[in-house]
Ligand binder design. Structure first.
Ligand code: CO8
Length: 379
């Protein structure tokens, strides 16, 4: 009986927007807004200032990249402003995705014409249709195959990896791009003190291929596992039915209006408490099923939401406090980039590993959703 093809990660790609906002800049902007608001609303409960010290201590984030810096920092706007593009121009989200895909293709020495599928896996799509993935497929110059969008919030990329790996195993594709353009700045409420510091923009791409066509240096996918468990603790209520609600036009969303539930909102403390044990247990169970333990893991590329969550999860899995080498962070300069976070960590921190080293890519977030991808380097 012939064996099914083995899926591997052939290469990764990263697009980082050039502009970045430091905590100092972010807090100065929020505090100016709070002062303006308080002056305009005497007698109301005043808005309290945000603080650089709190942000760094609570999250580990020092700065974040964004695609439109000045309007985000303008207290009268506090959101990205992106010039509209015509239907014949590439969309912003596809453009970022294409940059990341091209970087992954170049790293693998693969021609886009030999790619069979594009999965655009991200927390927010710029539009409903045509699918972002199909636009990216065309912009890459692919001449065959298919693309579709998928959204599992912070776990979109790992869900994409398993989907791509299944296509490889079944013989439905030999070369698949999983691309995660995350424009989180568009859906973050920059006027919400509890969450205004969390997110950043970026795009990542993974090239998942059959081992027999992969470059000499690649990462064998030992196993993938996915989990979802419904929770309202991370949510936004933005959607195409908003305009069906009386009194709302579903388009303009003021960040301090009642419609701000159409932007990102969360019960951060509950998320922290519920997700840490869920993910640690999932990693340990999956490792055991693969005949692995924490001691076999050379490195964990964890979802980048919060440094404290990662510290606790890594400790439970490894049995000791993880070093920066065992569980690298990119939170300090990228913030939470949703599905892209663990992929940025993998992209930036894998070259020093040796053939035979084993690692774990792991995501967790809204849904709740979580994904584990165990990989072994072949070099
Ligand atoms: N500055 C100063 N003080 C502050 C600030 C601030 N900015 N914000 C809150 N505080 C104060 C609070 O008022 C509170 O004060 P008091 O004790 O007097 O009441 C105190 O600080 C503590 O507040 P919290 O309990 O909220 O603070 P925590 O220590 O819990 O830290 C975190 C907050 C960092 C949010 C933490 O709870 C956390 O990381 N939780 C998990 C978050 C997480 O991982 N979420 C995942 C969401 S991402 C995802 O799934 C993808 C969604 C799709 C992307 C959408 C794009 C927008």
């Amino acid at each position: 009986m012939s064996q099914s093809p083995i899926p591997v990660i052939s290469a990764t790609g990263l697009y980082t927007p050039p502009e970045s906002i430091s905590n100092e800049e972010l807090v100065a902007s929020y505090n100016a807004y709070a002062d303006q608001y308080n002056a305009a609303h005497p007698g109301e409960e005043p808005l309290i200032h945000s603080s650089v010290e709190f942000i760094e201590k609570a999250s580990g984030i020092k700065s974040r990249h964004v695609i439109s810096k000045a309007p985000i920092l303008d207290p009268d706007i506090m959101g990205p402003r992106i010039a509209p593009r015509g239907n014949d121009e590439i969309s912003v989200m596809a453009e970022m995705g294409v940059a990341a895909c091209n970087a992954a293709l170049a790293a693998a020495g693969r021609d886009a014409k030999d790619v069979d599928a594009v999965l655009c896996a991200a927390s927010n799509m710029q539009r409903g249709y045509p699918a972002m993935a199909v636009e990216i497929q065309a912009a890459l110059g692919m001449e065959h195959g298919f693309g579709f969008d998928m959204n599992v919030a912070c776990s979109s990329a790992t869900f994409g990896i398993q989907t791509a790996a299944d296509y490889i195993r079944s013989g439905n594709a030999k070369s698949v791009l999983v691309v995660s353009p995350e424009i989180t700045s568009g859906h973050l409420n920059w006027r919400d003190r509890d969450s205004h510091f969390i997110f950043g923009d970026v795009a990542t791409a993974l090239l998942i291929e059959a081992k027999d066509i992969a470059p000499a240096v690649h990462w064998e996918i030992l196993g993938t596992r996915l989990k979802t468990q419904f929770s309202n603790n991370i949510r936004n209520n933005f959607g195409f039915l908003n305009r069906a609600h009386p009194g709302e036009d579903g388009v303009a969303i003021e960040q301090d209006s009642p419609a701000s539930d159409k932007l990102f909102m969360q019960e951060g403390r509950k998320v922290f408490k519920e997700v840490v044990p869920m993910v640690a247990e999932m990693i340990i169970d999956h490792a055991r099923a693969l005949g692995l333990s924490g001691a076999d893991l050379r490195r964990m590329w964890l979802h980048q939401a919060n440094a404290g969550m990662n510290r606790l999860i890594a400790q439970r899995v490894l049995g000791h406090e993880a070093s920066a080498d065992e569980s690298p962070t990119v939170l300090d300069t990228y913030g939470n980039t949703s599905s892209a976070g663990s992929i940025i960590a993998f992209h930036k921190h894998n070259e020093d590993m040796a053939g035979g080293d084993t690692g774990l890519i792991c995501s967790f977030g809204a849904g709740y959703s979580a994904g584990t991808v165990f990989v072994r380097k072949v070099a």
